[in-house]
Ligand binder design. Sequence first.
Ligand SMILES: [Fe+2]
Length: 212
Amino acid sequence: MNRDFLNRVESFGFAQILGFDLCINEFQEFCSGIGEVVPEEPGASLVTYLQSEKNLNVSDIPLHTDKSYWKKPPRFIVFYFKEISGFSGGETLLTNLVDSYQSLCIEDREILSKSNVLIKSPCNRKPYCQKVRLVELKDNSVKMVRFRLDVTHSSLRFVMGKWYDKAENSCISLSPAPGTILMVDNHRWAHGRNFCNFEQFGQRIIYRCLVL
Ligand SMILES: [Fe+2]
């Protein structure tokens, strides 16, 4: 594992390195060098195979952190862009949630850091349910955030909407080339995706690992 790569993610929230040609097992081995790799559901494989093509998984994906409904969400999300062809749009979106949280007024920050919120897994996942804070502080610094519009308690939706707008306005947009490994700090940064346009035989294949 490239120590410099991990340092860059810990310092800046994300980093990418180019030029890999990995099979699924080699990617899993790479991620195991970062930390403990965990499956997205009990019994699932450690590497999730994400495939998009014409009429399959093309919609935009709102900004979110992964597995917000776990007791301990994974610290890092690692993506390997295996194959991309016949494709436009679908940019990967990244945003610093700590900065956008800090730009909210103090009343809104207190609502987010002091309310316990029931977070449930989406209906297409195994049932998880946690009563947690969306923003966890330690010594007045943000230790971890959980960010999902669709599972937030209704009384917090208005404040979440303001936070989301600020996060969206400061988004970074990436179009990683095939062979790129992108690692994101899932405790401080959100990710999402724009709508994808595929030609008839175009496709995009991404491998993904969750690292505690
Ligand atoms: Fe995600």
